[in-house]
Ligand binder design. Structure first.
Ligand SMILES: NC(=O)c1ccc[n+]([C@@H]2O[C@H](COP(=O)([O-])OP(=O)(O)OC[C@H]3O[C@@H](n4cnc5c(N)ncnc54)[C@H](O)[C@@H]3O)[C@@H](O)[C@H]2O)c1
Length: 352
């Protein structure tokens, strides 16, 4: 049965499952809060639908509850951290808190985080940094399944490698650009497949490398046992950005790159390169504030194009979704809810 739940009720249900899967009450709450915030932000692909995967990853031994980041190097302006396969919602927050502290002290910080389990919405970390007045840039790779095809290639070779840039704006909400470098997020294909929907052309190739509109090709194994693949956004340019994320988020962090055939593991590891900058320490704070504000005002004066109400800046759709879903609740489709109930049953929690 599908249902609409208020955020607080959904948080409690998810926290009970994560706790039963081995996490402390504090960790379970942190994971649940983060996942429900993704749903509130309109990104169901990175919300509570991830719970079954997390439960399986813990059982597999690929996700280690109650882990903390290990510091491999700390020279103030550079931090090298290892997530030790802990929940990304926990080790990612620990890592970004350390990076924010160093950037406030020294003016900037280059932080690498390898071996974090799924970091969820990368924008969460940029929101933490921009709330402290910092610019933040994130390049992330995904060690899970090679679900995205290279430009000009016919099968999946790397993950949905997200990229995120957060920029604080004086007296206004921040610019918060946060997206997968695949044409769409893999999780959105799971949601579309669960809803029985088709997707527009240009998003997917099937297991033979042919264009398709069936999201199932990247969700369930096809007749020959293989999966199809997602395409990158922006043709060769998005493809280049995806590769930069793999090289920076995977190779430079020490977390590793993907270079092997797909397997059936449920574990999802992320590597993330983060660059944090304090405009105040850079000496350009006053002109940054004025010029950024002037440019955003100028953008907003653009008349609406056909089919649009107004120009928006990145971060606005998520803030609008939060305001609406806080009131209306969060709708969870049948298949996703069924998977969450089954995940609860695996760890002895009856929900529904
Ligand atoms: N942890 C992982 O392994 C992983 C992997 C892939 C994606 N993700 C996450 O998935 C989430 C969803 O990614 P996605 O690619 O589906 O996002 P998306 O395609 O919905 O794009 C989102 C970005 O575009 C902006 N945007 C949307 N509409 C806009 C408009 N009309 N005008 C201006 N800006 C607009 C949003 O504010 C946001 O910055 C992200 O939070 C990403 O970090 C995580």
């Amino acid at each position: 049965m599908s249902l609409t739940l208020q955020a607080s009720a959904l948080r409690d249900q998810v926290a009970s499952i994560i706790a039963a899967a081995g996490s402390s009450a504090i960790e379970a709450k942190q994971v649940a809060d983060n996942l429900v915030l993704a749903n509130l932000s309109g990104h169901d692909s990175h919300g509570v639908g991830m719970v079954p995967r997390y439960v399986d990853a813990v059982a597999e031994g690929g996700l280690k509850p109650n882990s903390s980041v290990a510091v491999k190097l700390d020279i103030g302006t550079m931090l090298t951290l290892d997530g030790q396969r802990g929940y990304g919602q926990v080790v990612g927050v620990q890592a970004i808190q350390m990076g924010i502290e160093r950037a406030r002290q020294h003016g900037s910080c280059i932080m690498t985080l390898g071996n974090a389990h799924h970091l969820g919405r990368i924008g969460h970390f940029a929101e933490m940094a921009t709330a402290q007045g910092l610019v933040s840039m994130h390049f992330v790779n995904v060690l899970s399944r090679p679900v995205v095809a290279p430009w000009g290639g016919g099968d999946g070779r790397f993950g949905t490698n997200p990229c995120c840039i957060g920029i604080p704006l004086a007296g206004a909400e921040p610019f918060l650009l946060d997206y997968a470098t695949s044409r769409v997020a893999q999780g959105k294909m799971r949601v579309a497949h669960n809803k029985g929907e088709r997707v527009p052309p240009g998003h997917l190739i099937d297991e033979h490398g042919r264009p398709t509109d069936d999201p199932g090709v990247v969700v369930v194994p096809q007749s020959n046992g293989l999966f199809g693949a997602l395409m990158t956004f922006g043709e060769h340019k998005g493809y280049g950005m995806a590769i930069a994320c793999e090289l920076l988020g995977g190779a430079l962090t020490g977390g590793g790159t993907w270079h092997r055939p797909a397997d059936t593991s449920r574990t999802v590891l992320n590597g993330m390169l983060t660059v944090l900058i304090d405009p105040a320490k850079l000496g350009t704070q006053a002109s940054f504030d004025a010029e950024a504000r002037a440019f955003i005002d100028w953008l907003r004066q653009s008349p609406p194009g056909a089919g649009f109400d107004a120009v928006q800046i990145a971060g606005e759709p998520e803030r609008k979704a939060r305001a609406a879903r806080q009131v209306e609740g969060i709708w969870v489709d049948d298949a996703t809810w069924g998977e969450i109930v089954a995940a609860g049953a695996k760890v002895g929690v009856a929900i529904g």
